[in-house]
Write a protein that binds this ligand. Structure first.
Ligand SMILES: Nc1ncnc2c1ncn2[C@@H]1O[C@H](COP(=O)(O)OP(=O)(O)OP(=O)(O)O)[C@@H](O)[C@H]1O
Ligand SMILES: [Mg+2]
Length: 430
């Protein structure tokens, strides 16, 4: 039996706390997994930024990436790694680049998901280029914003078609506010979207491969309180529906790690409003209570993919989803059928078996690590990077207490924590 080492690369930016947790827990796991007559061990390394030869081989089996969406040379390094070396990357770089909010709305509307009524309006201002004037003179039609407002109805939201980080988002209650917001929108291409109003629940679901955590979200709270610590806020049917929704979205776009915001509106309908967030916030300062879950989920999914050297399909395949969309099944039945494709694509059964066989000690090991001084130091380092000097102690304690609360609420062995816990849709199967 020979020892083979799988290499995991962490492609990082300003991240501080989660890579420490990931690296430390991986060390403590002390893995040596029998596989195809070999013994598989793991090495994790932080990817550096340097010149590279396009023909140079990539040493990693899996890369967890947090730079591709904004740092060009890393994006090109990753795309090369996928094209030439078959490296498995969180997330599929092709669809991060091309699938912004607008695209994700259109695709999910095509699958029948209840995206609120949405319009795209041409920008208020343009960068002046030689072709702009003739193009607009010939083809731009005057439009009446009031009419669009009347057709959509108030309240509504104006937000960039490719937005993120709440930049340029405004809530609009009447025609005058709509006009004022458009006047100020500059060169942004904007969506106008009917508000889900009223709504009684706002849930942000974080997906990592087939693992999904649904968190009650409070968008009006300060950043450190937006992910709430509520656990008992919806019933099993709602939860199953959100899981199916998230798996549908993530498998459709090839996103390993993504979050989905959905609001429960009238008649109990869940409206997804923001789900093109591949590589969402992973910092302890936002996730706090949920941070250990994220680290464990990330370890499981990356170790599985590295161990079995899982290859992603070279292209996204949308035809099977469209085929289901074109049947006369109910919406709920379709969603369950899309989720079944997701489980197939993500190989959920194989993943669960891998976790049960080789990572059964993960919950215990992580739980112990989250009680150590090193863990607390990692929290403090992140807090120090973000908070003013006189708040460092207070916020370090706050996030630390919340992590300890998680350890109490979801100790190793608690239902749904020793296993991967991916409840399948209870309603329908394909
Ligand atoms: N259709 C809607 N109905 C109700 N609230 C909405 C709607 N669209 C946006 N919002 C509110 O505005 C916030 C920001 O909108 P959205 O999430 O679409 O933008 P974003 O820039 O992607 O935000 P972030 O990246 O911070 O999640 C949402 O969290 C929600 O509170
Ligand atoms: Mg959002």
């Amino acid at each position: 039996m020979s020892i083979v080492t799988r290499k995991i690369g962490l492609s990082l930016g300003a991240d501080i706390c989660w890579p420490i947790a990931y690296e430390e827990i991986l060390k403590l796991l002390d893995l040596s997994i029998p596989m195809d007559g070999d013994s598989v061990t793991f090495e994790v390394e932080r990817v550096t930024i340097e010149p590279f030869d396009l023909r140079q081989a990539n040493p990693y089996d899996v890369v967890i990436d947090r730079l591709t969406h904004w740092y060009t040379s890393r994006r090109e390094w990753i795309k090369k790694a996928v094209l030439m070396d078959g490296v498995y990357v969180f997330n599929n770089p092709w669809s991060i680049q091309s699938m912004e909010k607008q695209t994700s709305y259109c695709a999910m509307m095509r699958l029948g998901l209840p995206i609120p009524e949405t319009w795209l309006v041409p920008p208020k201002e343009y960068e002046q280029t030689p072709d702009l004037k003739p193009t607009l003179e010939r083809y731009a039609r005057m439009f009446n914003l009031d009419e669009i407002g009347d057709r959509l109805g108030y309240p509504m939201y104006m937000k960039p078609y490719d937005g993120g980080g709440w930049v340029g988002v405004s809530r609009i209650d009447d025609a005058a506010a709509l006009k004022a917001a458009y006047e100020q929108s500059g060169r942004h291409v904007m969506h106008l979207q009917r508000a889900v109003d009223p709504h009684d629940l706002f849930v942000r679901s974080v997906g990592l491969g087939p693992q999904v955590r649904t968190v009650l979200y409070d968008p009006g709270a300060p950043l450190h309180d937006r992910y709430t610590m509520e656990t008992d806020f919806m019933d099993a049917d709602d939860r199953a529906l959100l899981l199916d929704m998230v798996l549908t979205i993530n498998s459709f776009f090839g996103w390993d790690f993504n979050s989905c915001e959905a609001l429960r509106g009238e008649a109990g309908v869940w409206y997804p409003i923001d789900f093109a967030n591949p590589c969402p916030d992973s910092q302890v300062t936002s996730l706090h209570y949920h941070f250990p879950w994220l680290i464990k989920a990330s370890l499981r999914w990356s170790l599985f993919n590295a161990a079995v050297r899982r290859q992603r399909a070279l292209n996204l395949n949308w035809a099977p989803y469209y085929k289901i969309a074109d049947t006369d099944r109910s919406y709920r039945e379709k969603l369950a059928a899309y989720a079944a494709i997701a489980h197939d694509v993500m190989e959920t059964d194989r993943f669960e078996e891998f976790c049960q066989t080789h990572l059964s000690h993960l919950d215990e090991v992580a739980d112990q690590w989250f009680a150590t001084d090193t863990a607390k130091e990692a929290v403090r380092k992140k807090v120090t990077a973000l908070y003013p000097e006189d708040e460092i102690e207070e916020f370090t304690e706050l996030f630390w207490e919340r992590i300890q609360q998680y350890r109490k609420d979801e100790p190793p062995g608690a239902p749904g924590t020793t296993r991967v816990a991916v409840p399948r849709s209870s309603t329908v199967t394909t």
